[in-house]
Design a protein. Structure first.
Length: 695
């Protein structure tokens, strides 16, 4: 069986859902082949004609009811698709697969329970067809007014053409709403494609009666509908969202959800014979008729994953929106930050110092980001509050987040100026600082992890173990031989950088030398292996590397091997705050912490210190769900677009193999090569800036 597209553009649009061939006059068709087109567009009509001509089948495609983060007209990647081999859901002039299902399908209780769960998630996360929209200010509506909402659409929308609304204009609908609701304020909702300037509206704004008020802001539909009890529409999908939110819905056309007893209809469709509940219509339309795909994971999905993924990236988009001030970012870091903070129409401004803030006048929507602890959080907060007062900016609340590398960072070392593929953005604190709650700690302490995310966690643990991934991944894996006696307990001490923020904030004053002394004191008969930090060995950072001192307390020093290779040979890992302890947990090793790293205090490690805020006992899968799935941001190593960890790891694995074959075997990594890498990346950054200035 082959799927034939009439349009090359269509192949691009649906390549994630189907493998589609482009049809040409030389194609040889069989009865089981399928011609694919887009709804009632030209390609859809042509697909039906060719299917009839070649006595083959056809299938019409359309966007699903939960489509994307941004508008489809802006080429935002799609999360859902509907496929119909009978008609298309918005064409009420003929039967469709959805209409037939709504007439005949018998939902069981389990399916209806799933529908209720999905509806609650949609309401909780305010998920609609398009999701880059605004929440409503608390003072937008008057408190004691009755409100009616009229939902307008775009001119020449296919659902208007085929939705049996020829006898009604939007102006008539507005007049009816005014007449039928004399004690209510009439609000007019403009379609988001019209607000974006991409399309025209289906009514003349200038002919609007005085009793009406236009809602010209791109408000979130679910948030907006909370403020209404009654809506009027022709065929808008927002009418079904109104039903979800408990509103009375009057339909002037025949959308897919009309004619089943849920709406007050100006038309009748004699084919629609059955009375349906909201949950039945939702299940059949959103869960049976629709297909889902997660573009951030690059794999097929379901409605629950779709809602949660959109909620996650919607939140990131909102965090990235408006004007962003970046402080404490070195020149080479600035070059790599933009993909993590990309958003529609935002502005990123890097500042060299706090004084540079004086050049700008504050806005309420401004956001501020600090790299690690390079800028004092409280000092910045106080400066912003005073600046807001001086500028008479009332109700200004500083929005400050801290930024750090993620836990799966890159192929090579960060100190080699390599691009990071994950990043932490935290508006509460930093995960490396146990002295205050971070967003990660809040997730681990409070989040309820469902079976879906725990299943992902298990798979991620498997991927990390099989491919020997850790924070940095540019060192060859090898089998290490040490001189331990048979049966002797082997302890690994992964060294840390002495001036690293995690040591300063979470190390309780301990140094690496203090650590090896204490480990030896408590483990007289153990074989202790010391692994110097790669940044220290490379000469990029300061740390313990005097082998005479190290060998007073340790039995052996291992170098030039991956952390996976080192963990493999040991029974226990002892550390102050190193992420190697987290790597060891993933590899089922016992871990002893002497500081308070992010993975300590959850019942999975033996801890010298305590954090009274951390009271929950976690499984390894729950820890991974919080640490690696929910907390960081990831970018696709090649496209530089936001993605999920699994896709990032998949590409990194291919890049790592390439790294070993092309670089590791051919080059001796010495000081001169490291310096050349740094110079090259600084040059790339300066060149980019210079090109922008010239433009």
């Amino acid at each position: 069986m082959k799927f034939y597209s009439i349009s090359k553009k269509l192949i691009t649009n649906v390549k994630n859902f189907y493998s589609i061939l482009f049809f040409n006059i030389f194609s040889k068709c069989k009865k089981q082949d399928i011609f694919v087109g887009w709804g009632r567009k030209r390609s859809g009509l042509k697909a039906q004609k060719l299917a009839q001509k070649h006595k083959a089948k056809f299938m019409l495609l359309e966007d699903g009811f939960i489509r994307s983060l941004n508008l489809g007209i802006e080429n935002a990647p799609s999360f859902s698709l509907v496929c119909d081999d009978i008609g298309i859901y918005y064409d009420a002039t003929k039967p469709s697969k959805l209409e037939n299902l709504l007439n005949a399908y018998e939902s069981n209780q389990e399916e209806l329970d799933k529908a209720k769960k999905a509806i609650e998630l949609i309401k909780k996360y305010k998920i609609s067809k398009y999701n880059n929209n605004l929440d409503i200010p608390n003072d937008y509506f008057l408190k004691d007014e009755n409100r009616v909402l009229i939902i307008t659409q775009t001119a020449n929308d296919a659902s208007l053409q085929y939705g049996l609304v020829q006898n009604f204009s939007t102006s008539e609908m507005i007049k009816d709403a005014i007449k039928e609701n004399p004690n209510s304020k009439i609000y007019i909702k403009i379609h988001p494609d019209v607000l974006s300037g991409k399309k025209q509206s289906d009514f003349d704004v200038y002919s609007l009666p005085k009793e009406c008020k236009i809602i010209s802001e791109n408000f979130n539909p679910i948030a907006l509908l909370k403020h209404f009890n009654k809506v009027y529409t022709k065929t808008s999908g927002m009418g079904f969202e109104a039903l979800i939110m408990g509103c009375e819905c009057i339909c002037y056309g025949m959308p897919f959800y009309a004619g089943w007893g849920l709406t007050k209809d100006k038309h009748k469709c004699l084919r629609r014979l059955k009375k349906r509940t909201l949950e039945e219509v939702f299940y059949i339309a959103y869960m049976l008729y629709s297909q889902y795909f997660n573009p951030y994971l690059n794999q097929k999905s379901d409605i629950f994953d779709t809602v949660k993924t959109l909620a996650k990236y919607k939140n990131i988009e909102q965090e990235n929106s408006n004007r962003l001030f970046m402080l404490g970012f070195t020149l080479w870091k600035r070059y790599f930050m933009k993909p993590f903070f990309k958003a529609k129409d935002n502005e990123i401004i890097f500042l060299n110092s706090l004084k540079a803030l004086n050049k700008y006048k504050l806005r309420k929507s401004d956001k501020f980001f600090i790299w690690g602890k390079r800028v004092n959080f409280n000092e910045l907060k106080n400066i912003l509050i005073k600046k807001a007062q001086d500028e008479n900016l009332t109700s200004f609340i500083p929005k400050i987040s801290l930024v750090e590398d993620g836990f799966i960072r890159s192929i090579s070392l960060g100190s080699d100026l390599t691009r990071p593929y994950s990043l932490i953005v935290d508006d509460k604190g930093l995960y490396i600082d146990p002295n205050q709650e971070s967003r990660l700690e809040n997730i681990l302490q409070n989040e309820i992890f469902d079976e879906q995310i725990l299943s992902r966690s298990k798979n991620i643990i498997k991927i990390l173990k099989e491919n020997k991934f850790s924070k940095y991944n540019g060192i060859k894996h090898q089998d290490i031989e040490i001189n331990a006696k048979e049966g002797q307990k082997i302890i690994l001490i992964p060294a840390q950088v002495e001036d690293d923020a995690s040591m300063i904030l979470g190390g309780f004053g301990l140094s690496t030398l203090d650590l090896i002394k204490e480990v030896r004191l408590k483990n007289q008969n153990a074989f202790i292996v010391f692994k110097p930090h790669p940044d220290v060995l490379s000469g990029n950072r300061i740390g313990l590397k005097d082998e005479k001192i190290i060998l007073k307390y340790c039995d052996e020093i291992i170098k030039d091997c991956s952390i996976d290779s080192a963990i493999k040979i040991c029974d226990e890992v002892h550390t102050i705050t190193s992420t190697s302890g987290f790597d060891a947990l993933l590899r089922s090793k016992k871990v002893f912490t002497y500081g308070m790293p992010f993975y300590a205090g959850w019942g999975l490690t033996q801890d010298r210190q305590k954090c009274l805020r951390r009271t929950r006992k976690l499984t390894l899968e729950e820890l991974v769900a919080g640490v690696l799935i929910q907390y960081p941001r990831y970018i696709h190593p090649k496209t530089k677009k936001l993605c999920e960890i699994e896709l990032c790891l998949d590409i990194m694995l291919k890049m790592q193999k390439d790294y070993f074959s092309k670089q590791y075997k051919k080059m001796m990594i010495d000081f001169r090569i490291l310096m050349l890498r740094k110079i090259r990346r600084i040059y790339e950054f300066i060149s980019e800036k210079w090109n922008l200035i010239k433009k």
